[in-house]
Ligand binder design. Structure first.
Ligand code: ADP
Ligand code: ASP
Ligand code: MG
Length: 408
């Protein structure tokens, strides 16, 4: 069971979570519960660090941020004790979560859950502080925003759990962010493949890497409300699962577009630029290279806004070697995406998406596709309109729509 920040925001919430865990335990299921930092704690700690230092060392950021989850784990354990059950809270490190050394975006490389298993064998309820681990250099690391989801799914895989329940402040995965589109509809079952694309394109209800773990190890994930008992959304693979042409619309607001002007058009240049960015742990999303003129071309790509300082440092270091002119950045960009496994076999989905954006006077700056996803970079100001219009056009508020109703 994993409980997100809103679910453990205050004392009353923490007691309710404790009661829910104890109920599950009493119905005959040993429980490992992963908890996030309370409410906005992580944001507040980041802000606090900023007040102290402009550029805090990432190691110290991890020491700081990992405390948020430890507070929650200890408090929930106390509440469970008060309900008459034995419980023990563990840090990520104590729970055996081993990561690589990339501070603030560490990847889990192994899980050795001996202590968790021993505590379960002793009939204890185990609380694990989410979002953190210990690196191969014995340093405390954090897994990136939303990382408690990944802790939970990875632990579920390592322990061979029956299910990984993600308790959050919405009652499942919706056709789009229900906070943006009120008509969004709860999806009852979705494949790993589609959920991966939804998470990768911004549906932050699950962290991308948690879905990757789920798929790799076949963990059934159930996203549900921590405030009601209603069934939520199952993420799993089933034979004969119905394939919607479009299952969901997602968006991101934290992208930045970088353009390098007049890059020499010869073999190896793109490899050089993008390996240097990869070595600096920068995730590049879309890439466009323009038609070359006079042996030079422009390359544009998108990255997360927070990576911009690193991108600039990397590119500055290569300017002379590669001989490009200028680098420009645009942070007024956002990305809207539609995801659906049925796209593979149905032509015309991209055309419909572009038509809907055009009808709403929204200019498309970049496009990228996979077999089950189409993403467009647009101006930030148009996101709400774009998401709403796409949700309407593909009639996602309705279940079981027929292809002819959307495509005519
Ligand atoms: P937690 O703190 O429990 O981890 P998050 O804030 O990380 O919760 O994720 C839940 C939020 O994700 C919801 O409140 C909702 O606004 C947002 N969200 C974005 N896209 C979707 C979607 N397709 N379905 C459900 N929630 C979504
Ligand atoms: N507390 C961390 C965050 O806010 C991790 C998580 O909630 O999953 O990103
Ligand atoms: Mg989250």
């Amino acid at each position: 069971m994993k409980f997100g920040g809103t679910s453990v925001a205050d004392a009353a919430c923490i007691k309710r979570v404790a009661a829910r865990i104890v109920d599950t335990y009493r119905s005959g299921h040993p429980v490992v519960a992963v908890v996030s930092a309370r409410g906005d704690t992580t944001d507040e700690l980041i802000e606090l660090a900023r007040e102290i230092s402009e550029n805090p060392p990432e190691r110290e950021m991890d020491m700081l941020l990992s405390t948020g989850e430890r507070i929650s784990a200890a408090l929930v354990a106390m509440a469970i004790h008060d309900l008459g059950h034995d419980a023990i809270s563990l840090t990520g490190s104590q729970a055996g979560i081993l990561t690589d050394t990339a501070h603030m975006k560490a990847k889990i490389v192994d899980i050795k859950p001996h202590r968790v298993q021993r505590a379960l064998d002793e009939d204890k309820i185990v609380l694990v502080a989410g979002f953190q681990g210990v690196s191969t250099n014995q340093e405390v690391t954090t897994l990136g925003r939303g990382g408690s989801d990944t802790t939970a799914v990875a632990l579920a895989a390592a322990l061979g759990a029956d299910v990984c329940e993600i308790y959050t402040d919405v009652d499942g995965v919706y056709t789009t962010d229900p906070r943006m589109v009120p008509q969004a509809r709860k999806i009852s079952v979705i494949s790993y493949e589609e959920m991966l694309e939804m998470a990768a394109t911004g549906a932050k209800v699950l962290m991308l890497r948690s879905v990757e773990f789920g798929r790799r190890f076949g963990v059934a994930i159930h996203v549900r409300s921590s405030f009601t008992d209603a069934p939520g959304t199952w993420i799993k693979d089933e034979e004969n699962m119905e394939q919607a042409i479009v299952s969901g619309v997602s968006y991101t607001l934290d992208d930045a577009k970088v353009t390098i002007y007049h890059v020499p058009d010869r073999p190896g240049v793109a490899a050089r630029v993008f390996s240097a960015l990869a070595d600096a742990s920068v995730n590049v999303d879309m890439i466009i290279q323009n038609v070359s003129e006079g042996g030079k071309s422009d390359i544009s790509f998108t990255v997360g806004e927070t990576d911009l300082p690193v991108v600039h440092a990397v590119l500055d270091g290569m300017r002379e070697e590669l001989g490009f002119d200028e680098v420009s950045t645009d942070t007024d960009t956002a990305k809207v995406s539609i995801v659906g496994a049925g796209m593979k076999t149905h032509p015309g989905v991209a055309a419909t998406m572009f038509r809907v954006l055009a009808d709403n006077d929204i200019n498309i700056e970049m496009i990228s596709t996979s077999s089950i996803k189409i993403s467009c970079v647009i101006g930030k100001a148009h996101v709400q309109k774009a998401v709403q219009a796409l949700h309407d056009a593909f009639q996602l508020e309705r279940e079981n729509i027929q292809r002819d109703e959307v495509f005519g």
